[in-house]
Ligand binder design. Sequence first.
Ligand code: APR
Length: 243
Amino acid sequence: MNGAVGPARTVFVLTGAGISAESGLGTFRDAGGAWTRLDPMKVATPEAFAADPVLVHDFYNGRRRDALAAKPNAAHVALARLETGLAEQGGRLFLCTQNVDDLHERAGSRRVVHMHGELLKARCTACGTAFAWQDDLGLETPCPHCGRRGEMRPDVVWFGEMPMHLDTIDEALAEADLFVAVGTSGAVYPAAGYVAQARAFGIPTLALNLEAADNAGMFEATRLGPASRTVPAWVEEILGGRA
Ligand code: APR
């Protein structure tokens, strides 16, 4: 027995800030979220970085420190279990996250596609080299490769920049037999458009969210509640062949 319970599944999961909320990392558009306190155009665009790099570095240094101090929650752990369980059944999980923290990886997920980049990476705008990075970044930080100062930036995608891995994501979406969004408001494209793409492919869609997302009407099914409760329950159903 290879543990198979019915046909092998290819599941596409898209996560957003809501999956990390119970790990203590703030979301963006909920009450108290980052964008309710700060103007993203002042801290999360290439123009903002050019105009005030110290402000932008301070913002991301604080988020990097918070991300390092946070711990994965039961929702992250359940998705890592889903990856292993689907593989044992001959299936596959494609985990696409809008998040820039590394909680999926620290929960044990082996393949995570960060479409908005990663807080724990830094990139030199002079030579283009990217590095794993846990410390604060500043104007004085020299590039470990080319040595230039004042050229290091967080390796995250800012508003107005092209998200990463879009072709890989589109290919995975076309191959999936189930699309699930966890903890995302559906406010930012292209991620917010993936549910429409899934429906166009005839793929069943499910939202696991604390409250109805902006694109809630696009999902065939929605389960409201905290991710640390809804995601483990759903994963048990999927791996037990009951969903
Ligand atoms: N469990 C499940 N969902 C939750 C929880 C929770 N504990 N807490 C909040 N949520 C839901 C909220 O209801 C909301 O729909 O998570 C969603 C968070 O929405 P946003 O704050 O808009 O975050 P996200 O959708 O990830 O934003 C997308 O916008 O600013 C950019 O790059 C940034 O990746 C981010 C993108």
